[in-house]
Design a protein around this ligand. Sequence first.
Ligand code: SF4
Ligand code: SF4
Ligand code: SF4
Length: 272
Amino acid sequence: MTRYAMVLDLTTCTGCRACQAACALENQTPYWAEIMRTHVEDVTRGEFPQTERAFLPRLCNQCENPACLDACPTGATYQTADGIVMVNQEKCIDCKYCMTACPYDARYEYNDADRAQAQVVFAQAPAKTFVDKCTFCAQRLKLGQEPACVATCLAGARIFGDLDDPKSQVAQLVATGKAQPLAPEAGTKPKVFYIGLGALAANGLPVEIASASLTSAWQNEKLVGSVALGATIVGAAGVFAYARRNAQKHFAQVAIEMQAPPVEKSAEEKEK
Ligand code: SF4
Ligand code: SF4
Ligand code: SF4
């Protein structure tokens, strides 16, 4: 039987976020509210200029024992035979129990404002508010295609395949212990695994996920992005100002040397 899974290689992820853009377009998520089914967290430590930075892609872990499914009172959340956790929009009553239950904060609400905006942006919108999540792009899998984020990742940081196929790369990475799940103590048996998670934690970079909501994580990411952009602009301005100052000093020195009268030779030198 097929059991779809994904491995994320933190040693090759460049933080380019092409996966986020691909996800937003493929699944028509409310990206105007910074919501994609997958997002890439900026994990930083230290203070400028002594900082370390890493990127942690996040998405629904397609858990084998999904807490969201247990919490759903209507049966809107269900699991397919190949292990993908899905949401039936029609059955969803937007109670948000699943959002509370998910230890990975991997769900989001498609609210009325988002529906209105979706109509403008995509010329179509969900019929009512509901809670949504990543499905490993189930619509693409049916066509024999990889999830959009995997197909878009030029760094090869996203590896997708069947855990029950011992020849698949994901099965081998998981079997050898090279790829590890995030926060397995949550007990939901995630099927998203990471290469390099241990190194991230060993370096003191935070990888806790339980407390932060996905929304606040996105907001933090936005904040970090703004700070990083600001720092880049300030840094670039500083480098430019420094270079300009040095250039001015250099040219001033050249000008002084060019304008300076010839040095009068001493009587001793003249005799020579
Ligand atoms: Fe990382 Fe790949 Fe996403 Fe870029 S597209 S942020 S390399 S996972
Ligand atoms: Fe459900 Fe959360 Fe697991 Fe996804 S990560 S299957 S939303 S419990
Ligand atoms: Fe189920 Fe929808 Fe309620 Fe989530 S919001 S628990 S999917 S009915």
